[in-house]
Ligand binder design. Structure first.
Ligand SMILES: [Zn+2]
Ligand SMILES: [Zn+2]
Length: 309
């Protein structure tokens, strides 16, 4: 199953040095999830050939403009492109009012329905749940109510062994039950335990998106062991005081969260416009957590299980 994230925008506050404000696209087996939608996100989707037909869910972390100013344009393009499928938007409660005021004053009646899912940033909550994935909020500490999002794959069914199907002549209609953990009773009445018929499947994978926040360890337990963590690192460590003032994080602090949470891999982003060159920011992060990468726009990171099966 494809599970990967593509960086559309990586800069903080204002576009600079060719970098766009925050936005990412998560692809789970062809289903597209947009996480934040900074200004210019739809240009970036065109640049990186992101297909919008299966984009049905948009998650906004908070209402600073660098995280959602691209949303109105994208919603309007969906309308002009004759979108009919409903769209779900998850974000702070003020977002519905903001969108509606744009639509009202431009006298736009959308051709599709938007379902707003207002998020309260006080306790982690599952806001999305389908057959394969859940998304829960991560409570961050920023100047406005802000939530990150934790995408978790559901546990796969166990794998049934082909030679056991033949050996015990297991009928086709019982295979799903056995994959779900049931034993099998053969036609002589003998019970074959599930452990003999199946093996465990690959472990479910997970991705955590954490932007924007000051340094806090409050959510470390919630994201423990994720396969891929995106954490903001707006500043190099020399500017730690500025990071504290503005409720942002430094390179080393982001690395420290990854280390404490024992994640597999870290992406840092939300870079301050003061840095044209990000080499120091990356090397500082790697001093604390070696498997760290910059959120370079256009890069796709696979969300992979670290456990060999
Ligand atoms: Zn921001
Ligand atoms: Zn912010």
């Amino acid at each position: 199953m494809q599970f990967e994230v593509t960086i559309l925008g990586s800069n903080a506050a204002i576009p600079a040095h060719g970098r766009f404000p925050s936005a990412q696209v998560l692809n789970y087996n062809g289903e597209v999830f947009l996480i934040d939608c900074g200004e210019g996100s739809q240009f970036r989707m065109n640049d990186f050939s992101i297909k919008r037909a299966r984009l049905n869910n948009i998650f906004i972390s908070h209402l600073h403009g660098d995280h959602y100013y691209g949303l109105i344009g994208l919603l309007n393009s969906f309308h002009l492109n004759w979108r009919e499928n409903p769209l779900h938007i998850y974000g702070p409660s003020g977002l519905e009012e903001i969108v509606n005021v744009h639509l009202k004053h431009s006298r736009t009646e959308l051709r599709y329905k938007i379902h707003f899912h207002p998020i309260v940033a006080d306790v982690p909550t599952i806001v999305y749940d389908d057959n394969t994935l859940t998304v829960e909020t991560i409570i961050l500490n920023h100047r406005l109510p802000t939530t990150g999002y934790l995408f978790k794959e559901k546990k796969y069914l166990r794998k049934i062994l082909a030679d056991k199907i033949l050996q015990y002549e297991i009928p086709h209609n019982l295979i799903n039950e056995i994959k779900a953990g049931a034993d099998f009773t053969d036609n002589t009445g003998k019970i074959i335990p599930n452990q003999e018929l199946t093996v465990d499947s690959v472990p479910p994978r997970s991705y955590a998106y954490c932007s924007d926040t000051c340094y806090t360890e409050n959510f470390v337990e919630q994201i423990r062991g994720v396969n891929l963590l995106y954490h903001e690192a707006t500043f190099v460590h020399e500017h730690e005081a500025r990071a504290m003032e503005t409720f942002h994080t430094t390179s080393k602090q982001a690395g420290n969260i990854a280390r404490l949470a024992e994640v597999d891999k870290l992406i840092v982003g939300h870079f301050s416009a003061r840095y044209a060159n990000l080499d120091t920011l990356l090397s500082e992060t790697r001093e604390v957590f070696a498997d760290s990468y910059l959120a370079i726009e256009g890069t796709t990171f696979a969300i992979e299980s670290s456990v060999a099966v």
